[in-house]
Ligand binder design. Structure first.
Ligand code: HSE
Length: 310
């Protein structure tokens, strides 16, 4: 095989109480990366579509190529090179793990072309490296769920300690993406470096409760645990009408609602598809009233992660 096309999914990170530690994959949107091997050791981005011209062709600056470069640095055969084509199928700067999806699709596909030379844990490190170019920091709460699928907890890095969590059968996610761009790099600067002990205590309690809720299919626990003491209070100002949107979701019966990643997307949990669709529409009504364009997505948790497509 010397050619491959891979889809990698969008992800919801932080999930209220899990700043930089919890994330899950959804079915759509996502990114597509096409790779074709070359035998001159050169890595080249041939084409990028769907990005509105904003993504770099410089291989040292693009999340897809950086992950691949890192991989090839660790590969025995230095004549291996690759042409990369990136098809952005999801919004950039949306809080849905766009840079992570490109990075994951690229390294997952490249490893397949290298006959699965690298184990999963190393692939994850290459993808983390790729993603860090965009976010300016090492965090895996988008990359890990996009690569591994499902709900993922990142306990630690170096070495990675990644824990997969169970997903309740009827857990649905509604996402509202207001059409504004928030750069993760900038949004990370808003987070305070220290949190008071009282808030930290609440946070620990919430993470434990979320994990317990996922294990026990207990939606009441899931709902109670979606509280954010770290990121949401700092970043809500970046999203017009955030609290009105959140209240609309909760009033419509959402089992928790918060900012997805660094925003502006907002996620909410529901117990059925019908309810998730109603919640998404209730959230969208607020952005419509404020004359802000937005897109909604409704999805179950995506347990598969990346997939090879024809
Ligand atoms: N955990 C990261 C953050 C996710 O909140 O900055 C960025 O998508």
């Amino acid at each position: 095989m010397n050619k491959i096309k891979v889809f990698a999914p969008a992800t919801i990170s932080n999930v209220g109480c899990g700043f930089d530690t919890i994330g899950f994959a959804i079915h759509e949107p996502g990114d597509i990366v096409e790779l074709s091997l070359r035998n001159d050791g050169i890595v080249k981005i041939k084409k990028i579509t769907g990005d509105g011209g904003v993504l770099p062709y410089d291989i040292k600056k693009n999340t897809a190529s950086v992950g691949i470069l890192e991989m090839l640095k660790n590969y025995k055969d230095k004549t291996i090179g690759v042409n990369i084509e990136i098809r952005k199928k999801m919004p950039i700067g949306s809080g849905l793990g766009s840079s992570a999806a490109s990075s994951v699709a690229a390294v997952y596909g490249m490893n397949k072309l290298l006959n699965n030379y690298f184990p999963e844990n190393e692939i994850l490190n290459f993808a983390i490296k790729g993603e860090s170019i965009a976010s300016g920091a090492i965090h895996a709460d988008n990359v890990a769920p996009s690569l591994l699928g499902g709900f993922v907890l990142i306990r630690d890095y170096n070495p990675n300690d990644i824990i997969k969590l169970p997903v309740p059968q009827n857990l649905y996610c509604s996402v509202l993406f207001p059409h504004i761009v928030i750069e993760t790099k900038k949004a990370r600067k808003l987070i305070k470096k220290q949190i008071p002990l009282k808030k930290a205590r609440k946070h620990f309690g919430n993470i434990g409760t979320l994990v317990s809720g996922l294990y026990e299919n207990d939606f009441s626990k899931i709902k109670r645990s979606i509280e954010d003491e770290i990121s949401e209070p700092a970043r809500a100002v970046l999203i017009p009408n955030f609290y009105d949107i959140k209240n609309a979701a909760l009033n419509e019966g959402a089992y928790g609602c918060s900012i997805s990643g660094s925003g502006p997307s907002i996620f909410a949990f529901a117990k059925s598809k019908v309810s998730a669709e109603k919640i998404a529409l209730a959230m969208k009504k607020i952005t419509d009233q404020a004359n802000i364009k937005s897109t909604i997505y409704v999805s179950k948790v995506n347990s598969q992660g990346p997939k090879i497509i024809n």
